[in-house]
Design a protein around this ligand. Structure first.
Ligand SMILES: NC(=O)c1ccc[n+]([C@@H]2O[C@H](COP(=O)([O-])OP(=O)(O)OC[C@H]3O[C@@H](n4cnc5c(N)ncnc54)[C@H](OP(=O)(O)O)[C@@H]3O)[C@@H](O)[C@H]2O)c1
Length: 288
């Protein structure tokens, strides 16, 4: 299966098809299976031109090597004239053109998914790809998706151990105790031992039993192989109860540096005293 995401600076309806066409060219394909809007909040493209890979975005302040334009003070810019409902209409045309089999959303909150559902003309979202792992179950959102025939697809399914949160923590719940990253949690390790499986196997099996799909990533061939070994065991209801207790609403891919945008999806996860930050190492950014 081949999937891709719409670049945040190409939300303007006239930029949507060229964005996918550039991806298809990169992949040397005529169509893909799934194309999702990466985030609901749009950032500006480069003036009047498209922001197409491989050139990326070249605004005046691209020198800081960020993915999207910065203003004079070094903060992210927002495209306030763009709204995801208009972007969705352009996404729908891609299905009719045969460039993607299905279209979906990513990092949208429930209200935003609902707004897209209400305004969709022909095609509703096939998938919602959001952060979810044993520390962030998203049960309500999963239920909402099920009722509306949307596949909930967890990203950061294994807890993204290679991202900066391990050191820098998440502004939602701080730094996990040493050794308490998702794959190192002793309760998950105990379950893994019981079945003779790895902690990654247990977490991925848990995703399956939660009823959604997931995407996980490894650059290690033996782990890629290992991550498929989840079909020959089943977590008991007691094990699922243990997993239930790990849910602490710990979201780390916040991209809070764009939270000035009215369409920013996770405002309720930001501390009341959060002050808009600049993009930087160890930041809350999901986009670096
Ligand atoms: N829609 C979005 O905004 C969004 C945001 C983030 C990610 N995603 C998608 O989600 C995918 C996964 O996210 P992610 O990479 O952040 O997180 P992840 O899959 O939860 O975690 C990846 C980390 O887990 C390690 N790992 C994988 N299998 C393992 C195993 N069996 N045992 C021990 N460690 C293991 C990897 O190490 P090694 O690679 O070193 O083996 C890597 O450090 C991405 O590829 C991306 O497509 C989407």
């Amino acid at each position: 299966m081949q999937g891709a995401k719409l670049w945040n600076s190409n939300h303007r309806p006239e930029h949507v098809k060229p964005d996918l066409e550039a991806t298809l060219k990169d992949l040397q394909l005529d169509y893909i299976d799934s194309f999702v809007i990466h985030w609901p909040q749009a950032v500006p493209s480069t003036g009047k031109s498209l922001t197409l890979r491989p050139n990326g975005c070249f605004p005046a302040h691209h020198s800081k090597n960020t993915m999207f334009p910065l203003d004079d003070e070094g903060y992210y810019c927002a495209d306030l004239e763009s709204h995801y409902v208009e972007t969705w209409a352009a996404m729908e045309e891609l299905v009719d053109l045969g460039l993607t089999k299905s279209i979906g959303l990513s990092n949208f909150n429930r209200m935003q998914v609902e707004e897209v559902l209400k305004n969709a003309k022909k095609y509703t979202p096939a998938v919602l790809q959001n952060e979810s792992h044993p520390y962030l179950h998203e049960k309500d959102l999963r239920d909402f998706c099920r009722t509306h025939n949307i596949v909930f697809q967890a990203y950061s399914a294994l807890g993204s151990a290679d991202r900066p949160w391990r050191v820098a923590g998440s502004i939602t719940s701080g730094v996990p105790k040493a050794g308490y990253e998702v794959l190192g949690h002793p309760d998950i390790a105990k379950i893994a031992e019981k079945y003779g499986k790895s902690t990654a196997n247990v977490v991925l099996r848990w995703h399956l039993q939660m009823g959604g799909a997931f995407v996980c990533k490894s650059v290690t061939p033996s782990r890629i192989k290992e991550n498929f070994q989840i079909w020959d065991f089943e977590l008991s209801s007691e094990d699922m109860n243990v997993m239930d207790k790990l849910n602490i609403g710990w979201r780390h891919l916040l991209w809070a540096e764009t939270s000035m945008h009215p369409d920013y999806p996770f405002k309720d996860c930001l501390p009341y005293d959060y002050k808009l930050g600049k993009p930087g190492v160890g930041s809350t950014a999901g986009a670096k």
